[in-house]
Ligand binder design. Structure first.
Ligand SMILES: *Cc1c(COP(=O)(O)O)cnc(C)c1O
Length: 386
């Protein structure tokens, strides 16, 4: 080994998909072989089985899978006939898909600020966003809270605002599926009008490609979603009663997810232990995330805050030690070229702006062992001390 190679620390993966694949062993190969055996690649038996297993897991009344998390959001907006003149309230500090689906259906996303302690939508700011929408002559129809980084939003407060304003609640649980709010898993009955999640590989419950699901208590909504995901079919496949999409979850992906779902409860516990270990090792040097009483996070990201202006140097110092970082999200949506002309609540979104300059995410997954995590913790402590 050369001197240089000895000095280069082994890079740590940000998310270790390969470790999880090893944990599934031959059971996964067998599950895939069953699908390549029966050849029902579209809406095969694994899709229905997965739908009932997901419903049992989160306590949902109805579960409809689809092709992605973005489609899951889109399908619900389509079912509710969201369109021009409608306003949909959503946070600005989120992944673009949350607002993209609103704009795609020619409605207006109205951005609300976030709560500084949780990174989730501020219900006060959401109430202001409703007023902003009305002043602009728009009809407030829906609110899309996001369970950012795996932590549930304040669903009781959101439900109260939604009821007062006649909105439906579409929970964007792409990052939060598996998390709990007051004893209920996201997607469970009574938490939202509909809950959308994503099975993109990097999400807490991911497949080996794209996938998504919608959970709802509303049978009529579920029936509409089932129609919309296959071109808006009626009683018969060639009887089209509405304009829809091609948005089915592949049978192969359902087979992968059924295997992963058996590991998921233990993985959630493992992520939570990892988060507790990070907090213990880092809370005296950086701002670590906190979980309010009555909530649990699935830690889609472990996001810390460091002083604005120090992030580039900090990330470079970690990288030199083989520790990857990521910035979710460097630019809030209300500052992005594609979204900057849509309205924001009140007089701007100061918390979203501030947080976007200070956040940085550390490696987080269910197979992060203690020695690896200690390397991350030591590297962060060294980088902070400069
Ligand atoms: C990943 C993500 C989505 C979109 O999910 P896809 O499956 O990639 O379409 C939507 N909202 C949030 C908050 C996300 O993190």
């Amino acid at each position: 080994m050369t001197e240089h190679a000895r000095l280069q620390p082994q890079p740590i993966p940000f998310i270790d998909v390969a470790a999880q694949r090893r944990a599934m062993g031959e059971k996964l190969d067998q599950a895939l072989a069953r699908v390549t055996g029966h050849c029902q690649f579209i809406l095969g038996p694994e899709v229905r089985e997965l739908e009932s297993e997901l419903a049992a897991f989160c306590g949902a009344k109805r579960t409809v899978t689809c092709a992605s998390g973005t489609d899951a959001l889109s399908l619900v907006l389509m079912a509710h006939r969201i369109g021009p003149g409608d306003a949909v309230i959503c946070p600005s500090f989120t992944f673009c898909a949350t607002a993209e689906v609103v704009a795609l259906h020619r409605a207006t996303p109205v951005f609300a600020d976030i709560d500084e302690g949780t990174f989730n939508i501020s219900v006060e700011s959401a109430a202001q966003a409703v007023e902003t929408a009305k002043k602009q002559g728009l009809t407030p129809r829906a609110i899309i809270p996001v369970d950012l980084f795996g932590l549930p939003a304040d669903h009781a407060a959101i439900a109260a605002l939604a009821k007062a304003e006649g909105l439906f609640v579409l929970d964007d649980a792409a990052q939060g599926f598996g998390g709990t709010y007051r004893g209920k898993r996201l997607g469970g009955t009574g938490l939202a009008t509909a809950t959308a999640t994503s099975f993109f590989p990097a999400k807490p419950l991911g497949c080996y490609g794209d996938g998504g699901a919608i959970f709802t208590d509303d049978d009529e909504l579920a029936a509409t979603l089932i129609s919309l995901r296959v071109h808006g079919h009626g009683a018969d496949k060639y009887d089209n009663v509405r304009i829809g999409l091609t948005s089915r979850l592949d049978t192969l992906q359902a087979a992968v997810l059924r295997e992963k779902l058996t590991l998921f409860p233990d993985e959630i516990l493992s992520r939570d232990r990892g988060a507790a270990r990070y907090a213990e090792g880092l809370k005296d040097v950086v701002t670590v995330p906190s979980v309010p009483e009555g909530y649990s996070s699935v830690w889609a990201q472990y996001t810390i805050r460091i002083p604005a202006g120090t992030r580039e140097k900090f990330a470079a110092a970690l990288k030199a030690e083989g520790v990857p970082t990521a910035i979710y999200y460097p630019i809030p949506l209300h500052r992005q070229v594609a979204y900057k002309d849509f309205p924001s609540a009140g007089n701007g979104l100061p918390v979203s702006d501030r947080v976007a300059d200070e956040v940085i995410s550390l490696p987080m997954h269910a197979y992060l062992d203690a020695p690896t995590q200690d390397r991350v913790i030591d590297a962060v402590r060294r980088a902070v001390k400069g």
